[in-house]
Design a protein around this ligand. Structure first.
Ligand SMILES: Cc1ncc(COP(=O)(O)O)c(C=O)c1O
Length: 402
């Protein structure tokens, strides 16, 4: 008689707090779709879901690589033409003290690799609040206590320096900066970067600077890399093709290790060991890196034009709707409006989806100061879609809160 296994296979308890609010909401949306409704997805930062198309010269580069049989494993740090192109990009960003560069399966893998290579049990890492939830999910996976610093809504969502200083412990190993920021759209000023670099110098911290949106600057700000401002400070700058080059499904990212050679040597060897253990990043897609970074950049003009118009529409709606207010995002494609309601923003978001079929993400999924509530809007859809979604949200707010 066959023996059936009856005891449930339990997931590891360290995953209890691994959450990713942006995708966790999908199960509720699936139910709505199963009932025959259309959900307006203002929740996922994927330009290709909307009216943004991959530049053809990137597709041609990958197609050619596939036909040339570049379909086997690649070198673990990445193929040479890609590494050369990333070094060229680092130079254009003004990063002069580059010690190494490497290619990953998306910035998601850069983050995983860099955090894993740095942190021992009992260490901590300063991450922004609100943050892009991958950071807290990975720290939880690594068993690292979360240590967050606030971004200040009253100061255009710039990092709160006093809070950073206050939160540093003897076990703090580094600080994460997301610039331009997800979910707030803030772009760091040069003065802010200089002050953060000073704190890192003083406390021997490594800086992780996530710059995945660095070409999506919507106003006349200059995007400044902290590694360029502080060549002596150990920094890993994260970049990738997903957003700037409209290929999130290709899973291509990279890291640029900079600082003084002797300071970053051991840590970089740790990164390289992890890269070898996972064999390599997607091989043919790496050929898109030189095509993207060294080829025509024309698509960016149109992308920024669309984003600027959609950002303006979004901010105007927020600031003319009762109970909603918003700091204008200056980069990326997210707005993080504040909402004044007598219930949790998770309830707001769920009810909005159930009643109006508009999907946004609750502020509590990114983190926020106690006593405040927010939601994140992805303003990638066209103006018509955004306008009707905003009308539905306004109607929902009016009906539910009077
Ligand atoms: C700040 C930030 N970092 C990293 C990522 C992940 O990027 P990738 O597609 O390269 O893994 C995202 C994606 O939304 C992001 O917003």
């Amino acid at each position: 008689m066959p023996v059936t296994q009856t005891r449930e296979i339990a997931a590891a308890t360290r995953l209890d707090n691994v959450k990713y609010a942006i995708r966790d909401l999908a199960s509720v949306a699936n139910e709505i779709v199963a009932q025959g409704h259309k959900v307006v997805p203002l929740n996922i930062g994927d330009p290709n879901v909307f009216d943004f198309r991959t530049p053809p010269h990137l597709i041609e580069a990958v197609h050619r690589a596939m036909l040339d049989n570049k379909n086997g494993y690649a070198p673990s740090p990445g193929i040479k033409p890609a590494l050369d192109a990333i070094r060229g990009e680092a130079a254009r960003k003004g990063i002069t003290s580059v010690q190494d560069v490497f290619v990953t399966n998306g910035v998601s893998e850069t983050v995983d690799t860099c955090l894993t290579a740095l942190l021992n049990p009992g260490d901590d890492l300063l991450t922004p609040c609100p943050d892009y939830p991958l950071y807290s999910a990975l720290l939880t996976k690594l068993g690292i206590r979360l240590n967050t610093y606030y971004l200040n809504e009253e100061d255009g969502w710039q990092p709160e320096l006093d809070d950073i200083k206050k939160k540093i412990t003897p076990r703090t190993r580094g600080i994460v900066l997301i610039n331009p920021n997800n979910p707030t759209g803030a772009v760091c000023t040069r003065a802010m970067l200089q002050q953060i670099a000073d704190i890192a110098r003083q406390h021997n911290l490594l800086i992780f600077s996530d710059e995945i949106y660095d070409k999506l600057i919507l106003d006349d700000d200059e995007h400044i890399s902290i590694a360029a401002v502080a060549p002596d400070v150990p920094v890993v700058t994260f970049g990738g093709l997903s957003k700037n080059y409209l290929v999130p499904g290709w899973r291509i990212g990279w890291g640029i290790v900079s600082g003084e050679a002797a300071t970053v040597r051991n840590y970089n060897e740790g990164i390289q060991r992890l890269l070898r253990a996972r064999l390599c990043a997607n091989h043919p897609e790496q050929y898109a890196i030189p095509a993207a970074l060294e080829g025509p950049q024309d698509h960016l003009i149109e992308v920024r034009r669309k984003l600027r118009s959609r950002r303006d529409l979004t901010v105007q709606w927020c600031n003319s709707t009762p109970r909603v207010s918003c700091v204008s995002p200056r980069g990326a494609f997210y707005a993080y409006p504040r909402i004044d309601i007598p219930e949790g923003d998770d309830v707001f978001v769920k009810e909005l989806m159930l009643q109006k079929h508009v999907m946004v993400v609750h502020g509590s999924g990114f983190g926020q100061k106690p006593g405040t509530q927010h939601f994140r809007i992805v303003f990638l859809p066209d103006e018509k879609t955004l306008s009707s979604a905003y009308a539905a949200i306004a109607e929902f707010i009016k009906g539910r809160y009077r």
